[in-house]
Design a protein around this ligand. Structure first.
Ligand SMILES: NC(=O)c1ccc[n+]([C@@H]2O[C@H](COP(=O)([O-])OP(=O)(O)OC[C@H]3O[C@@H](n4cnc5c(N)ncnc54)[C@H](OP(=O)(O)O)[C@@H]3O)[C@@H](O)[C@H]2O)c1
Length: 274
């Protein structure tokens, strides 16, 4: 495998670079290749000649997307078409990532890989456009949907909770949104698993999430328990914590197509230990 990774300095990108480090992947970030620039993307692929292109670059500010939907769509939607066309020309496999926010969250039982998408916010719509561009422009792709990501090189819920625990004695956390928190390292490992077992796992959509459903409140309680933080956590409802974007109530992704990743509790413990 000759790997080219876009978004190499992002939260997931950093772990992808590490998980594939023995294969000497070539990383690109916004400063040396803007994925919305078709010429730059084409030239980069011609120069690197990858057999696998991984796109971890994205517009990930969920609330910001409500006022910057055109930019979010350009990066999360149109640029995926650019990458897919360039990868196809280079005969490279394309790996791309999407989100639980492509679903509306109305189904209490969660979502399988083939359930129809129906986003309720601008970020979700931009990611749906990326999924559409991928299907339209590529016939050799893995689309990994994941959710509630945290990792060592990015702004995330775990690090925010740890910071708040140092600053406050009481924290209020939403307890009526259900989903699957996931460590970026496990998504990177799942990506490697699919690429290395491509004979058994056909191209298409996969759900790469740590197992077992949780809520932000239960997630926070586990973070404080593992880190031995003496903070009081109070469960609240979404209506008591207004944000610019409506979030899906239940966005649990079901992984029915590849071996399950470890539980979110085990992943969180490993992340905090590391
Ligand atoms: N974070 C989550 O909770 C979550 C949940 C589900 C799915 N996902 C998906 O997982 C993937 C990885 O997310 P992440 O949290 O690792 O993202 P991240 O930490 O925000 O990293 C994204 C990277 O993309 C870069 N980027 C932005 N625009 C670019 C452009 N036009 N050209 C090149 N690079 C550009 C950013 O660079 P700058 O920093 O310079 O802007 C950043 O380094 C994304 O597809 C995301 O939609 C994330």
């Amino acid at each position: 495998m000759k790997l080219l990774i876009f978004g190499a300095k992002g939260m997931l990108g950093t772990d992808l670079m590490e998980v594939f480090s023995d294969l000497s992947p070539i990383g690109r970030d916004q400063s040396n290749c803007d994925i919305t620039n078709e010429l730059q993307v084409r030239r980069t692929l011609e120069e690197v000649k990858p057999t696998v292109v991984i796109n971890a670059a994205a517009y990930t500010n969920v609330d910001g997307a409500e006022s910057e939907e055109a930019l979010a769509t350009q990066i999360n939607g149109e640029a995926v078409g650019i990458l897919a066309r360039a990868a196809k020309k280079a005969k490279a496999v394309l790996v791309h990532y999407s989100t639980d926010y492509v679903f509306d969250g109305a189904r209490k039982e969660g979502y399988r890989e083939d359930d129809p998408v129906h986003p309720i916010g601008a970020y979700g719509r931009s990611k749906v456009e990326g999924e559409r561009q991928l299907a339209l422009n590529s016939d050799a792709y893995y689309l990994l949907r994941t959710s509630w990501l945290y990792g060592k090189n990015g702004k995330n819920f775990v690090d925010t909770m740890l910071r708040l625990a140092r600053e406050k004695s009481e924290i209020r956390v939403v307890n009526d949104q259900h989903g699957k928190s996931t460590w970026t390292k496990d998504v990177a490992l799942a990506t490697r698993f699919l690429l290395e077992h491509a004979n058994h796992y056909p191209y298409g959509i996969y759900h790469a999430v740590n197992e077992e459903e949780t809520t932000w409140y239960a997630f926070a309680c586990e973070i404080f328990s593992l880190s031995k933080s003496a903070v009081t956590v109070t469960p609240i409802q979404t209506k008591d914590y207004p944000t610019p974007t409506k979030r899906p109530a239940t966005s649990s992704l079901h992984n029915t197509k590849m071996p399950p990743l470890r539980s979110w509790q085990k992943a969180l413990c490993a992340y905090l230990t590391e």
